[in-house]
Design a protein around this ligand. Structure first.
Ligand code: AMP
Length: 442
């Protein structure tokens, strides 16, 4: 794919050629169109991936035909990185009239003040502390900033810049585009990200073996009526040995446990209606490997500490974002790595967005390549009460187009298209899909 097909204007394509770039790198291919569309982006790209041009080029494109003002602010942790970004941006902008500048600490502030107060710049690269100093001295106004980039954001937080970042966020217009580049998402950065980004799209080019916080999270968009079928599929993978499956309600937990039992999975249920001794037995059975799956509600999940869990699967998207964090906290403790999957029907997209907002990152959407998303739901598959054999129980009131159809007329009634809901930000081949990797016990 050539740079020309990414929607960049001629002046910038000249800059790209002059810089000696021929083909966009993967992060450039993914990020440039997203940034041009105005999306907030969280990208896990590393230095060396070509990430600087991935954000500089689309930002310059968006500024080309407007009057001069400080409209793009790029924050970086160190003077070296700031200077490097400025050099790259200046190079790429050399055939435009846009002005690029850099400010960082540890040097005399006077020349930086003169640069900002004199000609001014359209794009400013800055370290956070020096930017605040300059703002405090009324040398730079941030009211016109349309795009904010937080580069190597985890390093900025590691270096203690989180309070400065929060102060800078308060000085910027609320209506703006924000791009966050970071290899990891430590909790302090999550907080900043939550304030800074709106519905971010995730561009994840980090190796999947290095997930943030030790947990590989993935969302599986799936029609509601196919959730049990997809869950059954996921449970059959050979690395899925100790699993907690969460449902929103006690009834839902009971029902799902019965359905999974019928499908041949050793299973126990854990919820508020169970006696203490029943709960203890369920946990003991999971720990000893006598059951593969524990179906549980949120209340029951608090305080569960099972060492050998490989997966947490949310059969329902939790209504409260905090519950999501509690649920996935059951796996991936300390150094261990665990997978947390969420099955999301189209009706649940809003709740999922709220969760992503809460945790400050968007979660990868994954489709299972060999799963038939258009198949007719099996009788167990809708989360409705288990019924006797041959009696249809699916599609009731879920708007899945299968209302009232019996299992037996499957061949005659064409299935309603049931493509995975929501944007699929990432597809992985089966071998790499979260959960299809073999992993050690936790
Ligand atoms: P970065 O990850 O932004 O620090 O970039 C790493 C290096 O790759 C820099 O020296 C860039 O000049 C170079 N670079 C960036 N994009 C490309 C490209 N599309 N083709 C060749 N080199 C590139």
């Amino acid at each position: 794919m050539p740079f020309a097909s990414l929607g960049l204007p001629p002046a910038l394509l000249r800059g790209v050629r002059a810089a000696g770039y021929h083909t966009p790198t993967p992060v450039q291919q993914r990020a440039i169109p997203l940034v041009l569309q105005g999306a907030d982006v969280v990208a896990a790209a590393q230095t060396g991936s070509g990430k600087t041009a991935a954000f500089v080029l689309p930002i310059l494109t968006r500024m080309l035909d407007r009057p001069h003002a400080l409209r793009a602010l790029i924050l970086a942790p160190t003077r070296e990185l700031a200077a490097q970004i400025e050099t790259a941006a200046r190079d790429l902008a050399r055939f435009t009239r846009l002005r690029v500048g850099v400010v960082y600490g540890g040097v005399n502030i006077g020349p930086q003040e003169r640069m900002l107060r004199g000609e001014g710049v359209d794009m400013l690269v800055a370290t956070p502390g020096r930017l605040l100093d300059l703002n405090g001295r009324q040398s730079v106004a941030l009211d016109d900033v349309e795009v904010l980039v937080l580069d190597e954001a985890d390093r900025m937080v590691d270096m203690g810049f989180a309070p400065d970042l929060k102060r800078i966020l308060r000085l910027l217009p609320r209506k703006r585009q924000t791009l966050l580049f970071s290899a990891t998402m430590p909790p302090a950065l999550n907080e900043v990200a939550r304030d800074a980004l709106v519905d971010p799209v995730r561009v994840d080019l980090a190796p999947p073996s290095r997930p943030a916080a030790g947990i590989t999270q993935a969302v599986y968009p799936v029609p509601r009526a196919l959730k049990t079928t997809l869950l059954n599929d996921l449970l059959h993978r050979d690395d899925v040995s100790g699993v907690i499956v969460f449902t929103r309600t006690k009834r839902g937990a009971e029902r799902l446990a019965r359905q999974l039992e019928k499908l041949g999975h050793p299973v126990a249920a854990l919820h508020g209606d169970r006696t203490q001794s029943q709960r203890e037995r369920a946990l003991r059975d999971l720990k000893r490997g006598r059951v593969q799956v524990l179906v549980a509600t949120d209340i029951a999940s608090r305080g569960i500490d099972v060492e050998d869990l490989t997966h947490v699967i949310n059969f329902d998207v939790p209504a409260a974002p905090e519950d999501y964090v509690h649920r996935i906290g059951r796996t991936g403790r300390a150094e261990a790595t665990g997978d947390a999957f969420t099955l999301m029907s189209p009706e649940e997209e809003r709740d999922m967005k709220a969760i992503e907002h809460f945790i400050g990152r968007s979660i990868l959407r994954v489709t299972v390549p060999d799963f038939d998303y258009k198949q007719r739901p099996a009788p167990h598959g809708d989360g409705a009460p288990a019924r006797s054999r041959g009696e249809s129980s699916h599609g009731r009131g879920h708007g899945d187009g299968s209302r009232g159809r019996g299992h037996d007329d499957r061949a005659r009634v064409a299935a309603q298209p049931a493509a995975p809901a929501g944007p699929v930000h990432g597809r992985r081949p089966k071998r790499d899909a979260p959960g299809s990797r073999r992993r050690g016990r936790m």
